[in-house]
Design a protein. Sequence first.
Length: 160
Amino acid sequence: MQTRNLITSFALGMTLTAISVIPCHAETITPNLYNLSGRNHAGNKIKVTYSTSSITAKPLFSYQDQQQTLNFSGDEIRTAESEIGTLVTVTIQRTVDTGSTTFSLLIPRVNLGQNYKSAPIETKGITTVNRFSVIPAFNLGQTQTYTITPLKGTAQSVAF
C-alpha cells in the first residue's frame, strides 16, 4: 500500500515539475496615450487624443469634430474609475441659460506587456447634452440625452 502511494506521489511530483510556470515578475504595462477616431450618428468624424500625463505632468485631452477643435489639460479633465473602464469627461460646450454638452471617453483596460509599445483598441465616446433652464418649470423630466460614437485607434505607452 505504501509503495503504491509512494509511486503515485512520485508521479504527481514529476507531473508538477513538468508544468511550465508563469514568472511572477511578468510586468503589466498600462498605456498612457490614446489616439482614437470614429463617426457619430450623423456621419461626422470625431477625433480624440488623451494622455494620462505629459511633460508638465498634467493629463491632456484633445477633442475635434467638424465644428471645433478643443484642448483641455489638468483639472478640466475629469476621470472616474468603474468596472467597465475609466470614464474621461470634458465639457465641450457651455451656455449660461440652457445647459452644457460633455464628451466622455470610455478607456478600456489594456495590458501592453513587455514586448509591445501599442495595441489597437475599440471603445465608445459619449456625447451628453445636459438640458437646463433658468425657469424651474422647464427642468422637469429627462434632462440628459446621449449620443454614442464608436471609436477605434491605438493605446500606447510613451515616455514623457
